[in-house]
Design a protein around this ligand. Sequence first.
Ligand SMILES: O=C(O)C(=O)C[C@]1(C(=O)O)C=C[C@@H](O)C=C1
Length: 365
Amino acid sequence: MELRTLADARSRIDALDTEIQRMISERARVAQRVRDIKAESGDTTDHYRPAREAEVLRRAKERNRELGGPLADEVMARIMREVMSACLALETPLAVSYLGPEGTYTQAAVYKHFGHQVAAQAASAIDEIFRDVESGSAMYGVVPIENSTEGVVTSTLDALAQTPLSICGEVWLPVHHQLLSKRQDSSGIEVVYSHPQSFAQCRRWLDVKLPGVPREPMPSNGAAARRAADQPNCAAIASAAAGELYGLRTLASNIEDDPNNTTRFLIIGRQNPEATSADRTSIVCSAPQGGEAGALFRLLEPFARGGINLSKIESRPSRRAVWDYNFFVDIEGHQSDAAVAAALDELRGRAGFFKILGSYPRAVI
Ligand SMILES: O=C(O)C(=O)C[C@]1(C(=O)O)C=C[C@@H](O)C=C1
């Protein structure tokens, strides 16, 4: 059909929308059937399947490339993310605990990873998110682990070393900070509220644009935005979503010193996702007591021999003894891959403390 006029184009769009909706509804009915098949076969794992979701999203990107767009692969994958989120909500509504209050970047990470059809519940501290999932009051938790400017989130690392939960996913979120206030402009601002990490990410901008204005740390960016909404002569550094939520004006956008500022979040839960085509495994280990020379080298050497890529290593005081450290290591691959399994076995034999935190699909969107 040739689309000459606006009316032609719109009637074609109407026809396509009908078709798209018919197919989404059919997909939702199939997801309900999936739920019944799982129940009939006695499969008691959660309906949420991180490995399957990662494959569906990867395929959406591949297909988009094959079909030649014109939407970006990432945009198409996000649309599919929302479709799958709605289908999963029909099977089981997911309760996900995150670092609140509303308007935090962690909340944005929840929606980026799970889509919007989840019951996101705000917790007030990282430890509380772990407790929510451990006690079953939430099925999954989303915790920040690392920021590209400021480094690791130590309370998450410490909680991971202790928890019986495992990591079952990851999400990377570009973090763009806004200066938000009830005021019309930034002259006369008496205090700026934000999370210490966000202050650190905007240090240069603040030094130049708001020199001498006191910076008051808050437990989260969401809390900072809420405070700025109550105090008209103050401002907050937080996300655009927090600004909208608390009715604040954006006085300056994207004020982070590094435009590529990104935070990585982890999904924690009770699941151990099966292998996909692109996974990561996180472990924590320590050298045996005694402090012999080359102990860290001996711990990591099996990975080098097995040709396994290390994507990250971080050390933290173990709290078991003074000057004893836990090493948090991320490697590429799944613990069920033969080479990874062999290297992990060797490491287990050499380490003082050893724990697999989880194997999970690498972030797709
Ligand atoms: O394949 C499944 O196990 C489903 O439950 C279906 C489906 C989907 O909509 O594609 C929904 C939720 C899961 O997390 C993964 C996939």
